[in-house]
Design a protein around this ligand. Structure first.
Ligand code: 6PG
Length: 250
């Protein structure tokens, strides 16, 4: 049983409403930081509507692009032009249009050796440390303003799969995952739990009836990666009506 006392569950009508609320929260986190902003995005299908919204005139005009940096929580060893490449999806949906290239921080998997995912992980860890300006995370100074997350059918989040050793990593910021638990079954690189936790807000998006079974297990406090992923600041789960278990309906 995992206690997740600081988790706030916000129910929304449908995926469109979820994207609107998520976008408002992203903009709010950006607005409250007058300095350099760091947002960690996620792969999967759930955030695509949010990314499309961030590209609309109304929202993109509220983003101070030169001082916002964009990272990704996990990446797959697929070619850069493969639609299964998480950062490629994000870039083609909104980043490439508006963000300075130097503010986009992809995990180097497309040109790296898939047999050695730890090598790519070490390179990204170095990039994160140099951006942060220290080798150790200070709870008083979170790495990210916001970390976006999703949950998979087995309870994974980022590329942290149930019972994988990466879950217990406490010193490395980023690790290689030799084989995934779900499709695509390719090696991955993922940020570790302490790195993802170092944020002012961790925001999950969970929508669709196919997510109801895993959400029921998550909300029951089962020991699943998605439950172990908790921010040192606020942890918010946006859940749509179709995904919401019966006993959580108002
Ligand atoms: C990945 C993701 C992963 C994702 C969940 C949910 O690279 O696969 O980071 O953790 O968020 O699998 O995916 P969906 O949003 O597609 O359901």
């Amino acid at each position: 049983m995992i206690s997740n006392d600081n988790r706030q569950v916000i129910s929304v009508g449908d995926p469109a409403a979820m994207a609107t609320v998520a976008a408002e929260r992203v903009i709010a986190r950006i607005s409250e930081n007058p300095g350099r902003v760091a947002i960690c995005l996620t792969g999967g299908s759930s955030p695509k509507k949010l990314y499309q919204l961030l590209a609309t005139d109304a929202l993109r005009s509220q983003i101070p692009w030169p001082r916002v940096h964009w990272f990704i929580g996990d990446e797959r060893f697929v070619p850069a032009d493969d639609p299964l490449n998480n950062m490629t999806v994000v870039r083609s949906t909104f980043l490439d249009q508006y963000a300075p290239t130097s503010n986009i921080h992809p995990i180097p998997t497309s040109t790296a050796d898939p047999a050695d995912p730890d090598r790519s992980a070490a390179l990204y860890e170095q990039e994160l440390k140099s951006f942060y300006g220290a080798d150790a995370l200070d709870p008083a100074r979170p790495l990210f303003d916001l970390v976006l997350m999703g949950v998979g059918p087995d309870g994974h989040t980022a590329s942290l799969f149930p019972d994988y050793p990466a879950l217990d990593e406490t010193s490395r910021w980023v690790v290689g995952v030799p084989k995934a638990n779900v499709e695509p079954f390719v090696p991955r690189v993922t940020l570790t739990l302490p790195t993802l936790a170092s944020c002012r807000e961790m925001l999950f998006e969970v929508a669709g009836v196919e997510k109801r079974a895993i959400l029921t297990r998550v909300l029951a406090g089962e020991n699943l990666p998605a439950n172990r992923a908790q921010s040192t600041g606020e942890t918010v789960w946006l859940v749509d009506q179709a995904a919401l278990p019966e006993n959580f309906r108002g």
